[in-house]
Design a protein around this ligand. Structure first.
Ligand code: AMP
Length: 318
Protein backbone atom coordinates (compact mmCIF):
# COMPACT_ATOMS: atom_id res chain seq x y z
CA UNK A 1 0.00 0.00 0.00
CA UNK A 2 1.49 3.40 -0.91
CA UNK A 3 2.59 5.51 2.04
CA UNK A 4 2.31 9.29 2.42
CA UNK A 5 4.50 11.02 5.00
CA UNK A 6 4.12 14.62 6.11
CA UNK A 7 6.87 16.25 8.17
CA UNK A 8 10.10 18.15 8.27
CA UNK A 9 12.61 18.17 5.46
CA UNK A 10 15.64 19.77 6.98
CA UNK A 11 19.23 20.81 7.10
CA UNK A 12 20.77 19.45 10.30
CA UNK A 13 23.98 20.50 12.03
CA UNK A 14 24.96 17.76 14.44
CA UNK A 15 27.84 17.26 16.86
CA UNK A 16 28.47 13.96 18.63
CA UNK A 17 31.57 12.76 20.52
CA UNK A 18 32.63 11.15 17.23
CA UNK A 19 32.54 14.13 14.90
CA UNK A 20 30.29 16.77 13.44
CA UNK A 21 28.49 17.70 10.25
CA UNK A 22 27.19 21.07 9.06
CA UNK A 23 23.88 21.44 7.23
CA UNK A 24 23.50 17.83 6.16
CA UNK A 25 20.24 16.44 4.80
CA UNK A 26 17.83 15.61 7.65
CA UNK A 27 14.28 16.01 8.78
CA UNK A 28 11.77 13.56 10.15
CA UNK A 29 10.03 12.99 6.79
CA UNK A 30 13.35 12.31 5.06
CA UNK A 31 14.56 9.76 7.61
CA UNK A 32 11.15 8.08 7.57
CA UNK A 33 10.94 7.98 3.77
CA UNK A 34 14.38 6.46 3.25
CA UNK A 35 13.55 3.63 5.67
CA UNK A 36 10.01 3.02 4.41
CA UNK A 37 11.25 2.96 0.79
CA UNK A 38 12.64 -0.54 1.42
CA UNK A 39 9.06 -1.79 1.77
CA UNK A 40 6.67 0.17 -0.43
CA UNK A 41 6.02 3.32 -2.50
CA UNK A 42 6.53 6.48 -0.46
CA UNK A 43 5.38 10.04 -1.12
CA UNK A 44 6.88 12.90 0.86
CA UNK A 45 4.88 16.04 1.62
CA UNK A 46 6.58 19.08 3.12
CA UNK A 47 8.07 22.49 2.36
CA UNK A 48 11.67 23.40 1.54
CA UNK A 49 13.28 26.77 0.88
CA UNK A 50 15.17 28.18 -2.05
CA UNK A 51 18.37 27.01 -0.37
CA UNK A 52 17.40 23.34 -0.70
CA UNK A 53 19.56 21.53 -3.23
CA UNK A 54 18.58 19.28 -6.11
CA UNK A 55 21.27 16.93 -4.79
CA UNK A 56 19.29 16.47 -1.55
CA UNK A 57 16.09 15.67 -3.44
CA UNK A 58 18.10 13.19 -5.47
CA UNK A 59 18.96 11.26 -2.27
CA UNK A 60 15.25 10.50 -1.90
CA UNK A 61 14.63 9.93 -5.60
CA UNK A 62 17.51 7.46 -5.70
CA UNK A 63 15.50 5.29 -3.28
CA UNK A 64 12.39 5.61 -5.45
CA UNK A 65 10.71 8.14 -3.13
CA UNK A 66 8.17 10.39 -4.87
CA UNK A 67 9.08 14.00 -4.07
CA UNK A 68 6.56 15.71 -6.35
CA UNK A 69 4.67 17.04 -3.28
CA UNK A 70 7.79 18.65 -1.81
CA UNK A 71 6.88 22.30 -2.07
CA UNK A 72 9.67 24.77 -2.82
CA UNK A 73 8.74 28.09 -1.21
CA UNK A 74 10.25 30.97 -3.15
CA UNK A 75 12.27 33.30 -0.97
CA UNK A 76 12.02 30.84 1.95
CA UNK A 77 14.66 29.05 4.04
CA UNK A 78 14.61 25.31 4.69
CA UNK A 79 13.85 24.12 8.24
CA UNK A 80 17.11 24.04 10.19
CA UNK A 81 17.91 22.04 13.32
CA UNK A 82 21.12 21.94 15.33
CA UNK A 83 21.76 19.40 18.04
CA UNK A 84 24.56 18.12 20.20
CA UNK A 85 25.05 14.78 21.93
CA UNK A 86 27.29 13.96 24.89
CA UNK A 87 28.62 10.52 25.77
CA UNK A 88 25.09 9.41 26.65
CA UNK A 89 23.70 9.24 23.13
CA UNK A 90 20.21 8.72 24.53
CA UNK A 91 19.94 12.38 25.44
CA UNK A 92 20.68 15.38 23.26
CA UNK A 93 20.56 19.12 23.49
CA UNK A 94 18.80 21.17 20.84
CA UNK A 95 21.03 24.18 20.17
CA UNK A 96 18.92 25.84 17.48
CA UNK A 97 15.64 25.32 15.62
CA UNK A 98 14.78 27.64 12.73
CA UNK A 99 11.31 26.91 11.37
CA UNK A 100 11.91 28.80 8.11
CA UNK A 101 9.33 27.66 5.55
CA UNK A 102 7.48 25.69 8.25
CA UNK A 103 6.23 28.98 9.61
CA UNK A 104 2.86 29.45 7.94
CA UNK A 105 3.04 26.02 6.29
CA UNK A 106 -0.35 24.72 5.28
CA UNK A 107 -0.10 21.22 3.83
CA UNK A 108 -1.69 20.83 0.40
CA UNK A 109 -1.73 17.20 -0.59
CA UNK A 110 -2.00 16.27 -4.25
CA UNK A 111 -4.59 13.77 -5.35
CA UNK A 112 -2.00 10.98 -5.43
CA UNK A 113 -0.77 11.74 -1.89
CA UNK A 114 -4.39 11.73 -0.71
CA UNK A 115 -4.95 8.35 -2.34
CA UNK A 116 -2.43 6.55 -0.11
CA UNK A 117 -3.78 3.86 2.21
CA UNK A 118 -1.10 4.46 4.79
CA UNK A 119 -0.24 7.83 6.36
CA UNK A 120 2.60 8.81 8.67
CA UNK A 121 2.23 12.11 10.51
CA UNK A 122 5.80 12.90 11.48
CA UNK A 123 6.55 15.28 14.30
CA UNK A 124 4.93 18.61 13.37
CA UNK A 125 2.46 20.98 15.02
CA UNK A 126 -0.53 18.76 15.98
CA UNK A 127 -3.12 21.02 14.30
CA UNK A 128 -1.26 20.46 11.03
CA UNK A 129 -1.30 16.72 11.72
CA UNK A 130 -5.08 16.91 12.22
CA UNK A 131 -5.48 18.91 9.02
CA UNK A 132 -3.55 16.30 7.02
CA UNK A 133 -5.42 13.46 8.71
CA UNK A 134 -8.64 15.10 7.54
CA UNK A 135 -7.36 15.07 3.95
CA UNK A 136 -7.03 11.25 4.02
CA UNK A 137 -10.28 10.21 5.72
CA UNK A 138 -10.21 6.70 4.25
CA UNK A 139 -6.60 5.78 5.03
CA UNK A 140 -6.42 2.23 6.36
CA UNK A 141 -3.50 2.79 8.72
CA UNK A 142 -2.43 6.12 10.22
CA UNK A 143 0.55 6.50 12.56
CA UNK A 144 1.74 9.60 14.40
CA UNK A 145 4.93 10.79 16.09
CA UNK A 146 5.29 13.87 18.27
CA UNK A 147 7.65 15.45 20.80
CA UNK A 148 7.79 17.06 24.26
CA UNK A 149 7.41 20.59 22.78
CA UNK A 150 3.86 19.84 21.55
CA UNK A 151 2.92 18.08 24.79
CA UNK A 152 4.02 21.27 26.58
CA UNK A 153 2.31 23.84 24.37
CA UNK A 154 -0.45 22.09 22.36
CA UNK A 155 -1.51 19.04 24.38
CA UNK A 156 -5.23 19.31 23.60
CA UNK A 157 -4.61 19.42 19.84
CA UNK A 158 -2.16 16.53 20.15
CA UNK A 159 -4.70 14.39 22.02
CA UNK A 160 -7.28 15.14 19.30
CA UNK A 161 -4.77 14.16 16.61
CA UNK A 162 -3.91 10.93 18.45
CA UNK A 163 -7.61 10.05 18.73
CA UNK A 164 -7.77 10.09 14.92
CA UNK A 165 -4.83 7.69 14.49
CA UNK A 166 -4.33 3.93 14.66
CA UNK A 167 -0.79 3.98 15.99
CA UNK A 168 1.18 6.32 18.23
CA UNK A 169 4.99 6.15 18.24
CA UNK A 170 6.62 8.15 21.06
CA UNK A 171 9.70 8.09 23.26
CA UNK A 172 8.85 6.48 26.57
CA UNK A 173 9.49 9.74 28.50
CA UNK A 174 7.08 11.56 26.15
CA UNK A 175 4.43 8.90 26.71
CA UNK A 176 4.70 9.39 30.48
CA UNK A 177 4.61 13.18 30.07
CA UNK A 178 1.59 13.00 27.76
CA UNK A 179 -0.47 10.85 30.09
CA UNK A 180 0.90 11.88 33.49
CA UNK A 181 1.35 8.18 34.26
CA UNK A 182 4.79 7.12 35.51
CA UNK A 183 4.46 3.52 34.33
CA UNK A 184 4.96 2.74 30.67
CA UNK A 185 2.29 0.05 30.39
CA UNK A 186 -0.37 2.08 32.20
CA UNK A 187 0.57 5.17 30.15
CA UNK A 188 0.13 3.17 26.93
CA UNK A 189 -3.17 1.72 28.15
CA UNK A 190 -4.39 5.23 28.88
CA UNK A 191 -3.67 6.27 25.25
CA UNK A 192 -5.39 3.11 23.99
CA UNK A 193 -8.53 4.13 25.91
CA UNK A 194 -8.84 7.43 23.97
CA UNK A 195 -11.34 7.70 21.15
CA UNK A 196 -12.79 10.59 19.15
CA UNK A 197 -15.75 12.30 20.83
CA UNK A 198 -17.61 12.27 17.51
CA UNK A 199 -17.22 8.48 17.33
CA UNK A 200 -14.62 6.41 15.53
CA UNK A 201 -12.00 3.87 16.33
CA UNK A 202 -9.20 5.59 18.33
CA UNK A 203 -5.61 4.34 18.63
CA UNK A 204 -5.03 0.57 18.76
CA UNK A 205 -1.24 0.43 18.84
CA UNK A 206 1.23 2.29 21.07
CA UNK A 207 4.97 2.01 20.52
CA UNK A 208 7.31 3.38 23.17
CA UNK A 209 10.83 4.01 21.88
CA UNK A 210 13.58 3.59 24.46
CA UNK A 211 16.69 4.64 22.54
CA UNK A 212 19.58 2.21 22.90
CA UNK A 213 17.39 -0.01 25.11
CA UNK A 214 14.98 -0.84 22.30
CA UNK A 215 11.25 -0.39 22.01
CA UNK A 216 8.02 -1.72 23.51
CA UNK A 217 4.71 -2.40 21.79
CA UNK A 218 1.40 -2.21 23.64
CA UNK A 219 -1.93 -3.14 22.07
CA UNK A 220 -5.33 -3.92 23.56
CA UNK A 221 -4.42 -7.60 23.24
CA UNK A 222 -0.87 -7.70 24.41
CA UNK A 223 2.67 -6.53 25.01
CA UNK A 224 5.94 -7.10 23.16
CA UNK A 225 9.41 -5.64 23.49
CA UNK A 226 12.69 -5.88 21.63
CA UNK A 227 16.14 -4.66 22.60
CA UNK A 228 17.96 -2.41 20.20
CA UNK A 229 20.25 -4.32 17.85
CA UNK A 230 23.56 -4.33 19.78
CA UNK A 231 26.10 -2.15 17.97
CA UNK A 232 29.66 -1.51 19.08
CA UNK A 233 29.81 1.78 17.22
CA UNK A 234 27.07 4.39 17.25
CA UNK A 235 28.07 7.62 15.52
CA UNK A 236 24.90 9.74 15.27
CA UNK A 237 21.46 8.84 16.67
CA UNK A 238 19.70 11.69 14.81
CA UNK A 239 16.72 10.37 12.92
CA UNK A 240 16.75 6.97 14.61
CA UNK A 241 13.15 7.43 15.78
CA UNK A 242 11.90 8.38 12.32
CA UNK A 243 13.87 5.58 10.70
CA UNK A 244 12.33 3.20 13.23
CA UNK A 245 8.88 4.53 12.31
CA UNK A 246 9.71 4.10 8.59
CA UNK A 247 10.58 0.45 9.19
CA UNK A 248 7.46 -0.20 11.27
CA UNK A 249 4.95 1.60 9.06
CA UNK A 250 6.67 0.41 5.86
CA UNK A 251 6.47 -3.22 6.95
CA UNK A 252 2.76 -2.86 7.76
CA UNK A 253 2.11 -1.15 4.40
CA UNK A 254 3.83 -4.02 2.60
CA UNK A 255 1.29 -6.49 4.07
CA UNK A 256 -2.02 -5.10 2.79
CA UNK A 257 -3.85 -8.39 3.04
CA UNK A 258 -2.94 -9.15 6.64
CA UNK A 259 -5.06 -7.85 9.47
CA UNK A 260 -3.27 -5.71 12.03
CA UNK A 261 -2.55 -8.56 14.45
CA UNK A 262 0.03 -8.58 17.24
CA UNK A 263 1.90 -11.15 15.20
CA UNK A 264 2.25 -8.75 12.25
CA UNK A 265 3.17 -5.92 14.60
CA UNK A 266 5.95 -7.98 16.19
CA UNK A 267 7.54 -8.59 12.79
CA UNK A 268 7.15 -4.89 12.00
CA UNK A 269 8.91 -4.04 15.32
CA UNK A 270 11.85 -6.26 14.31
CA UNK A 271 12.20 -4.51 10.95
CA UNK A 272 11.90 -1.10 12.61
CA UNK A 273 14.63 -2.04 15.10
CA UNK A 274 16.99 -3.21 12.37
CA UNK A 275 16.45 -0.17 10.12
CA UNK A 276 17.13 2.19 13.06
CA UNK A 277 20.33 0.29 13.88
CA UNK A 278 21.75 1.05 10.43
CA UNK A 279 20.78 4.72 10.59
CA UNK A 280 22.85 5.41 13.73
CA UNK A 281 26.05 3.88 12.35
CA UNK A 282 26.94 7.05 10.43
CA UNK A 283 25.95 10.72 10.32
CA UNK A 284 22.55 11.79 9.01
CA UNK A 285 21.36 9.74 6.04
CA UNK A 286 24.88 8.56 5.03
CA UNK A 287 24.43 4.92 5.99
CA UNK A 288 20.84 4.65 4.75
CA UNK A 289 21.89 5.83 1.28
CA UNK A 290 24.17 2.78 0.90
CA UNK A 291 21.95 0.25 2.67
CA UNK A 292 20.76 -2.84 0.80
CA UNK A 293 17.85 -5.21 1.28
CA UNK A 294 20.20 -8.14 1.87
CA UNK A 295 21.97 -6.28 4.71
CA UNK A 296 18.57 -5.72 6.33
CA UNK A 297 17.59 -9.37 5.91
CA UNK A 298 20.88 -10.57 7.46
CA UNK A 299 20.42 -8.37 10.52
CA UNK A 300 16.78 -9.45 10.93
CA UNK A 301 18.07 -13.02 11.03
CA UNK A 302 20.61 -12.11 13.73
CA UNK A 303 18.06 -10.16 15.79
CA UNK A 304 15.71 -13.12 15.60
CA UNK A 305 18.42 -15.49 16.85
CA UNK A 306 19.47 -13.25 19.71
CA UNK A 307 15.95 -12.68 21.05
CA UNK A 308 14.89 -16.35 21.10
CA UNK A 309 14.95 -18.58 24.12
CA UNK A 310 13.67 -22.06 24.58
CA UNK A 311 10.90 -22.86 27.03
CA UNK A 312 12.78 -25.80 28.61
CA UNK A 313 10.58 -26.91 31.50
CA UNK A 314 12.20 -27.08 34.91
CA UNK A 315 10.62 -28.39 38.06
CA UNK A 316 10.91 -25.28 40.21
CA UNK A 317 11.36 -25.47 43.96
CA UNK A 318 8.61 -23.98 46.00
P1 AMP B 1 14.73 11.96 15.75
O1 AMP B 1 16.21 11.84 16.07
O2 AMP B 1 14.13 10.70 15.21
O3 AMP B 1 13.96 12.57 16.86
O4 AMP B 1 14.60 13.00 14.52
C1 AMP B 1 15.50 14.04 14.32
C2 AMP B 1 15.08 14.78 13.05
O5 AMP B 1 13.92 15.56 13.34
C3 AMP B 1 16.17 15.74 12.59
O6 AMP B 1 16.58 15.37 11.29
C4 AMP B 1 15.53 17.13 12.63
O7 AMP B 1 15.70 17.83 11.42
C5 AMP B 1 14.06 16.88 12.88
N1 AMP B 1 13.53 17.77 13.90
C6 AMP B 1 14.14 18.22 15.03
N2 AMP B 1 13.32 19.07 15.72
C7 AMP B 1 12.15 19.16 15.01
C8 AMP B 1 10.91 19.88 15.16
N3 AMP B 1 10.71 20.71 16.20
N4 AMP B 1 9.95 19.70 14.22
C9 AMP B 1 10.15 18.90 13.18
N5 AMP B 1 11.29 18.20 12.96
C10 AMP B 1 12.29 18.31 13.85
Amino acid sequence: MPITVVGSIAYDTVKTPFGERQRMLGGAAVHFALAASFFDDVRVVGPVGEDFGEEQLEVMRARGVDVSDVERVSGGRTFFWQGEYGWDLNSRETIDTQLGVFEGFSPKLSESSRASDVLFLANIQPDLQLDVRGQLPDARFVALDSMNLWIDIARDSLVRAIEQCDCVILNDAELRQLTGKPNLVSAAREVLSWSPSEGGRGPRVVVAKQGEYGAALVTREGFFALPAYPLETVIDPTGAGDTFAGGLVGYIAAHPDEELSDELLRRAMAHATVLASFNVEEFGTERMQRLTGSEIAARIHELHAMTQFSGAPLALRG
